[in-house]
Design a protein around this ligand. Structure first.
Ligand SMILES: *Cc1c(COP(=O)(O)O)cnc(C)c1O
Length: 370
């Protein structure tokens, strides 16, 4: 079925990465078919979550896992879980628990905005954020002084290309929190290919978006210690009702994890390199444009393509080129956070060679004197 025709929608080329306003990712046919079949079936949902936990353990070695609606909800629910434990009364009353401590320590540079402020996820759990350090960085001593407060309930760390400043070292941060009996939650939403690395620092749980590079239907994963996972899932009898995973999402996650287990990562990396080279070669012969590959700053195993725009040579500056690409048919979206440096950044992971050729064609057509 052509959804674009049927519902009068605009086809887009998404070189902007796992971007929520563009639909995040593309599921494989196997995952899409599994999710579609789930929609026509009934299940014992606790059994689905049990299978998801087993699949997550088999995938990354963690003791347990569960599926939530997304990572934004997993942040709220895991913090609420620290406040309620498995106490049914607390779960039913959250987030209104005036007697329960509520401060969450977050390095200042980890207070990211991924479409909204992460701090709002903390507030939804009835908690408040205590920022450690400043925008330039967070040292161990900054964390220690923030953690030394009886109202603190946990430490939240973010592993993302969006964080600012240096530090803290994750191993050290986990030690400081655990020395005070405080659990550690890591938001690694776009870091599903590095879950094992993130768990290795000893955190109590790592939160991952299953709809980003794992490409399942919309879902978040909480991965880690069993108590933490169980108490997070138990929030579905409370505030988690509004953030539950659907049956089609859990089945989609199971299918996507199966595919990840079978993925030949060497071959996958070759495919990504080939896409980058295809576009870089085309850019290389256009006057005023220079292409360069950028490794992922946090360590995901693929690169992005930076295109530096010389306005004199090309006839438009980077900002003008980005808007012209967006205004064309089909619209082409790319990362725009470095336009001021004259740089466009493209993520090619979900794109076909046909779409990459289309980007190359448009870069040529938009050049001065084409
Ligand atoms: C994408 C993202 C989220 C939100 O993930 P969802 O699963 O879409 O809710 C949270 N934190 C970071 C750092 C992200 O990149």
């Amino acid at each position: 079925m052509n959804l674009y025709n049927r519902y009068n929608l605009t086809p887009v080329i998404n070189a902007r990465g796992t971007f929520t306003p563009l639909g995040v990712s593309r599921s494989s046919t196997i995952t899409a078919e599994a999710a579609a079949a789930a929609l026509q079936s009934f299940f014992i949902i606790t059994e689905l979550q049990q299978r998801a936990s087993e699949a997550i353990s088999a995938w990354c070695g963690a003791p347990a896992g569960a599926v939530t609606h997304c990572v934004a909800s997993a942040i709220t629910l895991s913090i609420s879980a620290v406040r309620t434990g498995l106490d049914p009364e607390r779960i039913a009353t959250a987030p209104n628990l005036p007697q329960v401590p509520n401060k969450v320590v977050l390095p200042a540079g980890h207070a990211v905005n991924y479409g909204h402020e992460i701090i709002q996820d903390i507030h939804l759990a009835g908690a408040e954020a205590v920022l450690a350090g400043n925008e330039n960085g967070c040292e161990s001593r900054d964390l220690e002084s923030a953690l030394d407060d009886p109202q603190v309930i946990c430490l939240l760390l973010v592993s993302s290309r969006l964080t600012r400043g240096h530090g803290p070292d994750f191993n050290q941060a986990v030690k400081l929190a655990h020395a005070r009996g405080l659990p550690v939650i890591i938001d690694g939403a776009a870091q599903d290919m590095r879950v094992e690395d993130l768990l290795a620092c000893g955190a109590d749980c790592v939160l991952v978006s299953a709809h980003k590079y794992l490409a399942s239907p919309t879902a978040g994963l909480i991965i880690g210690k069993r108590d933490m996972v169980t108490a997070t899932l138990a929030q579905e009898k409370g505030i988690g009702r509004a953030m539950k995973a659907s049956k089609e999402a859990i089945i989609g996650v199971l299918a996507a994890i199966d595919e990840r287990l079978e993925l030949d990562i060497g071959l996958w990396r070759c495919e990504q390199d080939h896409k980058l080279k295809t576009l870089a070669d085309r850019v290389g012969v256009i006057a005023g444009l220079t292409a360069q590959t950028l490794v992922d700053p946090v360590g995901m195993p693929f690169a992005r393509l930076a295109i530096d725009v010389d306005a004199n040579g090309y006839g438009r500056d980077a900002g003008e080129l980005a808007s012209a690409l967006r205004d064309g048919t089909p619209p082409i979206y790319l990362m725009e956070d470095r336009l001021e440096e004259g740089r466009l950044v493209l993520e090619l992971v979900p794109l076909t060679i046909g779409e990459i050729d289309c980007i190359g064609d448009r870069l040529e057509e938009l050049a001065d004197g084409y």
